[in-house]
Design a protein around this ligand. Sequence first.
Ligand SMILES: *[C@@H]1O[C@H](CO)[C@@H](O)[C@H](O)[C@H]1NC(C)=O
Ligand SMILES: *[C@@H]1O[C@H](CO)[C@@H](O)[C@H](O)[C@H]1NC(C)=O
Ligand SMILES: *[C@@H]1O[C@H](CO)[C@@H](O)[C@H](O)[C@H]1NC(C)=O
Ligand SMILES: *[C@@H]1O[C@H](CO)[C@@H](O)[C@H](O)[C@H]1NC(C)=O
Ligand SMILES: *[C@@H]1O[C@H](CO)[C@@H](O)[C@H](O)[C@H]1NC(C)=O
Ligand SMILES: *[C@@H]1O[C@H](CO)[C@@H](O)[C@H](O)[C@H]1NC(C)=O
Ligand SMILES: *[C@@H]1O[C@H](CO)[C@@H](O)[C@H](O)[C@H]1NC(C)=O
Ligand SMILES: *[C@@H]1O[C@H](CO)[C@@H](O)[C@H](O)[C@H]1NC(C)=O
Ligand SMILES: *[C@@H]1O[C@H](CO)[C@@H](O)[C@H](O)[C@H]1NC(C)=O
Ligand SMILES: *[C@@H]1O[C@H](CO)[C@@H](O)[C@H](O)[C@H]1NC(C)=O
Ligand SMILES: *[C@@H]1O[C@H](CO)[C@@H](O)[C@H](O)[C@H]1NC(C)=O
Length: 477
Amino acid sequence: MCGCLFEVFFLSPLHCTFCRSCDPKKMLVALLLLLVFGNAVEIFGEESDEQCRYKPELDPRPHSVSIVEFGAVGDGKTLNTGAFQNAIFYLNSFADKGGAQLYVPAGKWLTGSFNLTSHLTLFLEKDATILGSQDPSQWGITNQLPSYGSRTEKKRYRSLINGYSLSDVVITGNNGIIDGQGSFWWDAFVAHTLNYSRPHLVEIVDSVGVVVSNLTFLNAPSYNIHPVYCSHVLVQNISAYAPPSSPDTVGIVPDSSDHVCIENSDISMGFDAIALKSGWDEYGIAYNRSTTYVHIKEVQLQASAGSALVFGSQMSGGISNVLAQQLHINNSFTGIDFRTAIGRGGFMKNITACNVSMENVNTAFSANGQWSTHPDDKYDPSALPVVDKITIGNVIGVNITIAGNFSGIEDSPFGISLYNISLSLNAASSATWVCSNVFGSSENVYPEPCPELESSLSSSSFVSVSTQISDGLATDS
Ligand SMILES: *[C@@H]1O[C@H](CO)[C@@H](O)[C@H](O)[C@H]1NC(C)=O
Ligand SMILES: *[C@@H]1O[C@H](CO)[C@@H](O)[C@H](O)[C@H]1NC(C)=O
Ligand SMILES: *[C@@H]1O[C@H](CO)[C@@H](O)[C@H](O)[C@H]1NC(C)=O
Ligand SMILES: *[C@@H]1O[C@H](CO)[C@@H](O)[C@H](O)[C@H]1NC(C)=O
Ligand SMILES: *[C@@H]1O[C@H](CO)[C@@H](O)[C@H](O)[C@H]1NC(C)=O
Ligand SMILES: *[C@@H]1O[C@H](CO)[C@@H](O)[C@H](O)[C@H]1NC(C)=O
Ligand SMILES: *[C@@H]1O[C@H](CO)[C@@H](O)[C@H](O)[C@H]1NC(C)=O
Ligand SMILES: *[C@@H]1O[C@H](CO)[C@@H](O)[C@H](O)[C@H]1NC(C)=O
Ligand SMILES: *[C@@H]1O[C@H](CO)[C@@H](O)[C@H](O)[C@H]1NC(C)=O
Ligand SMILES: *[C@@H]1O[C@H](CO)[C@@H](O)[C@H](O)[C@H]1NC(C)=O
Ligand SMILES: *[C@@H]1O[C@H](CO)[C@@H](O)[C@H](O)[C@H]1NC(C)=O
C-alpha cells in the first residue's frame, strides 16, 4: 500500500452517475471507490448528485527539492535538461521513503525531455513556466507504441515529460505553465521536414495512479496529455490551449487506459479537444487493451478543425463504459464524434454523453465508419469494428449547421440512441441529419432525426443501457 498520497486520494469517491433525467425513479448511480493499489471497486446503487466532485487533499511529500538546487536557471534561455534529469535521478532514491516533490519556482525553465519517477510530485509554482526546447536533439527519439505498430516513420520524438511503469505520480502546481513552444513543430510538420512523428507534452506509459492538475498547458507540439496503458488517471482543473490554426493539436488522449476521470477543465485545440483511443488496426487488436471506465465531467471544449469529444479513430483495443456529462462545446467543427474504419476491429460501446451545450458547431454529432487511415497495408479487411449502445441526451445546440452525420459500416451498422435534443440550425444548414448503416432510436429530438433513428423508444430501454453499464462496473475488478 502506498503510504502517502493515493490512499487518501482514491479513497475519496469517484462517482459515475447515469443521466438522471432519463428516468429519475430508476436512476442508477454507480459509485466507484478506488483503492489504487488494492484494485477495490465498490458499487452503491443510490441516487446522488455528487459526481467526480471530491476535493482531493494531496498530502505533501516528505521530501522536496527545488530545481534551482540542481543548477537550473530560469531565464528562458539556459537549457535545463540536465538539471531536470539529475534532480529526478536524485529524487528516485526517496521513492521508498514516502516519495518526494520536485519544486519549480517562478521563472522560465527551458528544457528538453526528462523522465519522471514513482512517488513523485512535480510542482510548478505560480508564474513558473516549463518551456519545451525548440532543438529536436533535446527531445530524443523513442519507439512507436506497440499498439500503434510501425508508421511510415517508425520512431517518434520523446515527449517533454515522460513516465514509464510508474506508480503514484503527480504533475500539479499553482497554475504553473507547461509551454511546448509548438510553432516550430507545427511549421516543420506542415513542411514535412520532421524525421519522426511529433512529440507530446506529457506522456505517461504503463503506470498506475497518475494525477495532472492545477496547471495550464500551452502550444503542445501534438498532444497535451497522453496516458497510455495506465490505470487510475485523474486530470483535474487544467487549461490547455493551442491556436485554432495549429495543425492536429489534441488536448487529452486517454489511450488503452482505464479508470480515468477528466473534470473541471478548459481545452481549446486546433484539432480534437478530448480523444479516447486504444490502438491502431492489427497492432491495437494484438495489444488488446481497451480504454474503459472513463468519466468526463464539467469541461469546456473547443476543437477548431476536429471534434470536441471524439472516440477513435484508433480504437482497435476497444472503448467502453464512458460517461461524459456537463460538456460545454463551442466554436468547433464537430461536437461529439465516433470515428472508425474497416480493419480496426475492436468496439465502441456503452458510451453516454449527456447534459451538453453546443454553440457555433458545424456538425453536432458524427459517427464515421470510413476513417480509413491505416498504419500500413497489413490490416485485416475482415476486422470490423462494433459500434453499439451509444446514447446521447439532454443537448441544447445553437448555431449548428448539420445536426448529425452518421455513416456506419454496411456489415457492421452502428447502434445509436438519442433523447431530449434540441438544436437550432443556422441558415447555412442544408442537411439536418445524414444517416446510413445506423440503427437505434430517438425520443424528443428536434429537428426530427432520420427514419433509421425515428422509432420511439420507451424509457425502460434507456434504463437497460444504464443497467448494463452499472453491471459492467460491478463486475470489473
Ligand atoms: C443532467 O441535468 C439535469 C438537469 O439539470 C440534472 O438533473 C441531472 O442530474 C444531470 N445528469 C447528469 C448525468 O449530468
Ligand atoms: C527515460 O526512460 C526511457 C525508457 O525507460 C529510457 O529509454 C531513457 O533513456 C530515459 N531517459 C533518461 C534521460 O533517463
Ligand atoms: C484550479 O487551479 C488553480 C491554480 O491552478 C487554483 O487556484 C484553483 O483553486 C483550482 N481550482 C480547483 C477547483 O481546484
Ligand atoms: C532530419 O534529418 C536530416 C538528415 O539527417 C537532418 O539534416 C535534419 O536536421 C533533421 N531534421 C530535424 C528536424 O531534426
Ligand atoms: C488544486 O489547487 C487547489 C487550490 O490550491 C487545491 O485545493 C487542490 O487540492 C488542488 N487539486 C489537485 C488535484 O492538485
Ligand atoms: C482481449 O482481451 C479480452 C479480455 O480483456 C479477452 O476476453 C479477449 O479474448 C481478448 N481478445 C483477443 C483477440 O485476444
Ligand atoms: C467558448 O468557450 C470558452 C470557454 O468557456 C469561452 O472562454 C469562450 O468565450 C467561448 N466562446 C464563445 C464564442 O462563446
Ligand atoms: C455560427 O457558427 C459558425 C461556425 O460553425 C461561425 O463561423 C459563425 O460565426 C457563427 N455565427 C454566429 C452568428 O455566431
Ligand atoms: C432536456 O434537456 C434540457 C437541456 O439539457 C434539460 O434542461 C431538461 O431538463 C431535459 N429534460 C428532460 C425531460 O430530461
Ligand atoms: C457525412 O459523412 C460522410 C463520411 O465522412 C461524408 O462523406 C459526407 O460528406 C458527410 N456529409 C455531410 C453532409 O457532411
Ligand atoms: C456493453 O453492452 C454490450 C451490448 O449490450 C453488452 O454485451 C456488454 O455486456 C456491456 N458491457 C459492459 C461492460 O457493461
